[in-house]
Design a protein around this ligand. Structure first.
Ligand code: GRF
Length: 207
């Protein structure tokens, strides 16, 4: 079973999708820790129900409720975490953390990178930008995390037709649906060791 840590900041619907796939037996993984920068996020309510350990992270140590990244690294090592999933985590991950878990951190982005990514491109902002561009397709991207926002190598993407949408919210709804499919799919591919880097490209064995 692939040992996961999931980073969240908000509602946690992707966390929920991962947990549901695990429960259905289609994802051979376990969520051993959920990390958030907010101690009152909705995703933590899911942890309460599911009995998953949660941690509140801060870049600076100011409050005993919070842990800092150096402490988190030790915790994740102790738990033998194999893959870190950023599912709606809004804070920048420090470079030392990224380097410690090189090629072991993935992020889900609600658009087709490399377009509509980067600083400020989160939540409804992404879908507004896509809507205003008049793009006819959007989708979800899973990519490796490096020290630059939304910049790491793309692992997988799923496209959705938005040629008939009337609002950014409608795009968000369609994209979220495919996010909940593609994220557990990619994690399962990691569990099966079917994702590798060959000549700087990420290859997924889809068998
Ligand atoms: C998702 O749209 C994800 O792509 C983005 O943040 C949102 C998180 O949603 N990075 P949720 O918390 O998983 O419901």
């Amino acid at each position: 079973m692939l040992k996961l840590a999931v980073f969240v900041s908000g509602r946690g619907s992707n966390l929920s999708a991962i947990i549901q796939k695990i429960k259905s037996g289609k994802l051979n993984a376990e969520v051993l820790a959920v990390i958030s920068d907010k101690n009152d996020c909705k995703a933590f309510e899911i942890c309460e129900v599911e009995g998953i350990e949660k941690f509140v992270i801060s870049s600076i140590s100011e409050n005993s409720e919070y842990i800092i990244y150096d402490e988190l690294i030790k915790i994740l090592f102790a738990k033998k975490i194999e893959l870190i999933v950023l599912a709606g985590f809004l804070k920048k991950i420090p470079t030392t953390f990224v380097n410690t878990f090189k090629n072991k951190i993935i992020n889900i982005h609600p658009a087709l990178l490399p377009a509509f990514g980067g600083k400020g491109m989160y939540g409804i902002n992404v879908h507004k930008a896509v809507f205003e561009s008049s793009a006819k397709a959007s989708g979800a991207t899973i990519h490796f995390v490096d020290e630059i926002y939304d910049n790491g190598k793309i692992i997988d993407q799923k496209v959705v037709d938005i040629s008939d949408v009337k609002s950014p919210e409608e795009i968000a709804e369609r994209v979220l649906k495919v996010e909940h499919e593609i994220l557990p799919y990619v994690i399962q591919k990691f569990a099966e060791n079917k994702i590798c880097l060959i000549e700087n490209r990420v290859i997924i064995n889809r068998d």
